[in-house]
Design a protein around this ligand. Structure first.
Ligand SMILES: NC(=O)c1ccc[n+]([C@@H]2O[C@H](COP(=O)([O-])OP(=O)(O)OC[C@H]3O[C@@H](n4cnc5c(N)ncnc54)[C@H](O)[C@@H]3O)[C@@H](O)[C@H]2O)c1
Length: 313
């Protein structure tokens, strides 16, 4: 199979490209990324040294360029990771989010219809459902209404709706996965785990929004990759939630990172809360579990390895 992986120089896309090359030696991966500030040079250069990998430095919003790549490569599968992904940036300026996350998805969908791609998979987020109260005894399932709370999650929800419209209108075979927060190496330093390690190393206070009680479910990036792979190869053209049953209040996660990183006495600074800050995300993954997938990683072990890696940077 030939698989296009957009956003292949980013955090999760780079892991997924490696995952495919590790597990399917007869498949080939066509990576596309325009290299924004969030791309990891280290992740991309490791990929470029591998067999069966070809890289195009291109913007997914450029319809002509994407059409030429699809025409030359004739991919079987397209997995779209390329996105603007940082909520705080979307609050400062939502324009790049609408451009890449919505228009970029539309360009890829059009090329997928035109070149008869046999499966389009859209990487979405659990944030499209909005948030839950901290003490709620419910989780979002795939039929829950979309209720995004930030320009980032609104742009991802819009892209999801666009994908579903292409299934109905053009008969495109497409699926969508909505994942919890990921952790692992190669993530940009503006995100919670790498930022916490960086601040501790510098001896600076670690900023924590509001009262620090906002809850997130933390999924190891390797488990996310195996889930996407399972959906593409065994799942239907439907929506699948991906979670880890591993919820942590931000403040507790920061304290855990302090102890794992060898800076147990690091300082925490509670800062003004993010505008519209979602309280808690939690998704029901029964549909994906029915495909035989479950997260295999041990949180303490993978988090320690992750923290050690950021400490070494
Ligand atoms: N990180 C998480 O915890 C998480 C959780 C759930 C869902 N997601 C989703 O997973 C996907 C990947 O997230 P990530 O954390 O790896 O993001 P990231 O910001 O680390 O990487 C995004 C990559 O996309 C590339 N890119 C951005 N705009 C582009 C464009 N116009 N054309 C081509 N390439 C472009 C960037 O250069 C970067 O390499 C996103 O769709 C995100 O919404 C992420």
């Amino acid at each position: 199979m030939k698989i296009v992986v957009t956003g292949c120089a980013g955090f999760i896309g780079s892991h997924f490209a490696h995952y495919l090359l590790d597990n399917y030696p007869t498949d080939s991966v066509v990576g596309i990324d325009c290299i924004t500030y969030a791309a990891s040079e280290e992740a991309l250069s490791a990929l470029c040294q591998r067999d069966n990998f070809i890289f195009y430095k291109e913007d997914i919003c450029n319809a002509e360029a994407i059409g030429s790549i699809f025409s030359a490569e004739r991919p079987d599968v397209v997995v779209n990771f390329a996105a603007e992904s940082h909520v705080d940036r979307s609050i400062s300026d939502s324009s790049p989010f609408l451009r890449t996350n919505v228009i970029g998805t539309q360009v890829l969908l059009d090329a997928s219809v035109r070149y008869n791609v046999s499966r389009f998979h859209q990487i979405s987020t659990d944030e499209v459902y909005g948030d839950l109260p901290l003490d709620a005894d419910i989780r979002f399932d795939e039929g829950s209404p979309l209720n995004p709370g930030s320009p980032y999650s609104a742009s991802k929800a819009a892209a999801d709706l666009l994908v579903l419209s292409y299934v109905r209108t053009y008969g495109l075979s497409a699926s969508i996965s909505r994942s919890a927060n990921n952790y692992g190496i190669y993530q940009h330093t503006e995100k919670l785990i790498p930022m916490t390690v960086a601040k501790l190393r510098l001896g600076e206070p670690v900023p924590v929004y509001g009262d620090g009680q906002n809850m997130r479910d933390w999924l190891f990036v390797g488990d996310h990759c195996s889930a996407i792979d399972r959906i593409i190869r065994k799942g239907k053209c439907e929506i699948y939630n991906i979670g880890a049953d591993n919820e942590w209040a931000n403040i507790d996660l920061v304290k855990k990172i302090m102890s794992l990183s060898g800076y147990p006495d690091g300082e925490i600074a509670f800062v003004e809360d993010r505008k519209g800050h979602d309280r808690r995300y939690s998704v029901n993954c029964d549909k994906l579990r029915a495909l035989g997938w479950y997260p295999r990683s041990v949180f303490d072990r993978e988090l320690k390895t992750t923290v050690e890696w950021y400490k070494s940077k």
